[in-house]
Ligand binder design. Structure first.
Ligand code: 5GP
Ligand code: ZN
Length: 115
């Protein structure tokens, strides 16, 4: 499958890994939008929030647990951070392998910024 994040999981495309479990991978965004910008993804290819099935939500819980762990590891748990899932065209999703952005390390701007 022609998915850039699946290739990162396979190791075919290099990434700066932060944390990994059996089912989840965390790595640095190649174009950081904040001093801390990690991407948290399930190793299973799910295209977007629209494509998550009933049986995927335990896995997505593991993704959230990895996000919590990552915030601690990157030192932004106390200062605060933002977790974002972009879904579909209006959400600004570019990579269709479900992922959460973890942004922090500075005071973030308003949430309703236009592209
Ligand atoms: P989206 O807009 O789909 O929510 O976010 C996709 C994110 O993936 C973007 O922030 C982009 O910088 C990041 N990204 C795209 N290609 C790569 C890559 O090859 N490596 C890494 N580490 N991040 C990528
Ligand atoms: Zn994928």
């Amino acid at each position: 499958m022609d998915c850039i994040f699946c290739k990162i999981i396979e190791g075919a495309i290099p990434s700066s890994k932060i944390y990994e479990t059996d089912n989840v991978l965390v790595f640095r965004d190649i174009q950081p939008a904040a001093p801390v910008h990690a991407l948290i993804i399930p190793k299973k290819h799910i295209a977007s929030m629209n494509d998550a099935k009933d049986g995927d939500f335990a896995l997505l819980g593991e993704v959230l647990a990895a996000a919590q762990h990552t915030a601690q590891e990157l030192g932004v748990a106390d200062s605060g951070y933002r977790l974002i899932n972009n879904c579909g065209a209006d959400g600004g999703q570019v990579v269709f392998h479900i992922h959460f952005h973890l942004l922090g390390g500075e005071k973030l701007g308003p949430l309703n910024a236009k592209a």
